[in-house]
Design a protein around this ligand. Structure first.
Ligand code: NAP
Length: 492
């Protein structure tokens, strides 16, 4: 057997080991009519697997299972809920290599990045295993001294969790972790482009002792038609969605009929601001992380670089040198740093935005076109002298493209940074503490990376403002999204 044969065999084993059916009430079952959907490898466009393609009736069966399990799960001792999460955390860490390979095959990112996501995903389970036993209430004397105020926190009830393809596991664990910890049951719908990581995760949760019906997984090629009846069902008590602002708006409109409780983790358009007093080496290092993590396909990706005019030329030159030297290829390849984009639509959209900027006068210092290979590769690209009207300063790029624009004054930098409907994250590089704090207070985003290019941390409240959504995932705030507050007026 050659090295290549052994590699192919390992990939097949990892994909074959994943359950491909729907998880409903603890049983793996086929979709109605045996329908399946195709999952492809974006680096080769070849078929990786076929998984169950749920109908609305299948999804309703999943909700029935979640509803049936809710009361007993809510009564489950918090310590045991935490221990299930802890065991799942340990199992994910023990199987990190195999889960990372699976993720790379379906999503495309380099193995090292998949491994980092698997670890990040597992950490949400560790964090929320610790939070399960910290759900507290309060007892207070009424101001008039006559009565007592008892405040309790209870699980919100059955939840629908919808996740995107760009972080196929972590976007799941940061919803599943707090839901499990709080005592909620759930139906999870992963993106049809990357269902395998979620199916593998669901199997691990069962092995970790999660009772039947607490976590149900529905994979489908017709998300809208399949999810709508659930969203309209009064037994559903919460929808937590991570994905695009456009889809989020539509779901919010649907959810208004039942006044469904919502968490919305939506699109971003992060500004990366470099002031003239910044440490340029650190800013370029941070830019590489903020731009190139996940091939630029991250809601937190630096979408546009606003650099003080005296530094802009040097910043763009150094960034282009670093981006141009990155090794692209299939994510499983030795030394590969940039994988393919998720599909042809995404690649074409990235190219359209680059073309628009170049037509308006931007200069490509590196890249600017499709990459080599059969998959959906796009060259790491740096655009200098990007004019104000370029679309990619306003639209989410979701690819390995870094537009560099300049500013003269602090006010101009803040105005440019806030000139967007989005408000997820911004990055600021400066060595002046007073300026740093001034700018952080003025930026209209839910998160800020101050002299660092990465904000994601399971112990921190992740989330946006404006049209990047609302609700927070991670940190002590994360479990609150899955708890209701109940007040009991006590007559003494
Ligand atoms: P998307 O197209 O909005 O899809 C997200 C999820 O919603 C997928 O599971 C998708 O399933 C499902 N979906 C699509 N239409 C639906 C409908 N009508 N009803 C119910 N479900 C529906 O987003 P994406 O392309 O997967 O992900 C990229 C976007 O996510 C970017 O905008 C990115 O910024 C955002 N994102 C935000 C965060 C955050 O925390 N703020 C984190 C990661 C990503 P199908 O694809 O199978 O239809």
């Amino acid at each position: 057997m050659t090295v290549q044969d052994r590699t192919d065999q390992r990939e097949r084993e990892v994909v074959d080991a994943v359950p491909k059916r729907l998880l409903i009430g603890g049983a793996w079952r086929d979709a109605e009519g045996g329908r399946t959907l195709r999952v492809e490898d974006p680096s080769t466009t070849e078929t990786l697997a076929e998984v169950a393609d749920a109908t609305p009736a299948d999804a309703m069966a999943a909700l029935d299972a979640a509803v049936a399990a809710q009361a007993s799960w809510a009564a489950h001792p918090p310590r045991e809920r935490g221990e299930i999460l802890r065991r799942a955390f340990e199992a994910i860490v023990a199987r990190a290599d195999e889960l990372a390979l699976l993720m790379t095959l379906e999503m495309g990112k380099p193995l090292a990045e998949s491994k980092a996501e698997v670890t990040y995903a597992a950490e949400f389970f560790r964090w929320f295993s610790e939070e399960a036993v910290r759900i507290a209430g309060r007892y207070a004397v009424a101001p008039n001294g006559a009565g007592r105020l008892l405040v309790a926190q209870q699980p919100v009830g059955p939840c629908l969790l919808i996740t995107p393809w760009n972080f196929p596991m972590a976007m799941g664990t940061r919803k599943i972790g707090p839901a499990v910890a709080a005592g909620c049951t759930m139906v999870v719908k992963p993106a049809s482009l990357t269902p395998l990581s979620m199916l593998a995760l669901a199997e691990i949760m069962g092995q970790a002792g999660l009772p039947d019906g607490v976590l149900n997984v529905v994979t489908t090629s017709s998300s809208g038609a399949t999810m709508s009846p659930l969203i309209a069902d009064q037994r559903l008590r919460k929808l937590s969605f991570t994905g695009s602002t456009e889809v989020g708006r539509g779901l919010m409109a649907q959810a208004s009929d039942t006044l469904l409780r919502l968490s919305m983790e939506l699109g971003g358009n992060a500004p990366f601001i470099v002031f003239a007093d910044a440490d340029l080496d650190a800013a370029v290092d941070g830019a590489m992380i903020a731009k190139m993590r996940n091939i630029g396909e991250a809601c937190t990706a630096a979408n546009r670089f606003h650099v003080a005019a005296p530094l802009a030329g040097e910043f763009a030159r150094r960034l282009a040198e670093r981006m141009g030297a990155l090794v692209s290829g299939r994510g499983t390849g030795e030394g590969v740093q940039v994988g393919p984009l998720i599909d042809a639509t995404q690649r074409d959209k990235v190219h359209e935005l680059v073309t628009d900027a170049v037509e308006r006068g931007a200069k490509a210092l590196t890249g600017g076109g499709h990459g080599e290979g059969k998959g959906y590769f796009y060259q790491p690209t740096v655009l200098a002298d990007v004019p104000g009207g370029a679309r990619l300063l306003k639209e989410e790029i979701f690819g390995p493209v870094a537009p560099v624009a300049t500013f003269e004054t602090e006010d101009e930098a803040v105005a440019a940074a806030n000139d967007t409907e989005f408000g997820l994250v911004s990055y600021v590089y400066t060595s002046d503490l007073k300026r740093a704090l001034r700018i952080c207070e003025r930026l209209e985003t839910g998160m800020i990376g101050l002299n660092q290019g990465l904000v994601s941390n399971p112990a921190a409240p992740f989330g946006g403002v404006k049209q990047s959504g609302f609700g927070r995932e991670g940190g002590p705030e994360g479990i609150q999204e899955y708890l209701e507050t109940k007040y009991i007026a006590v007559n003494l």
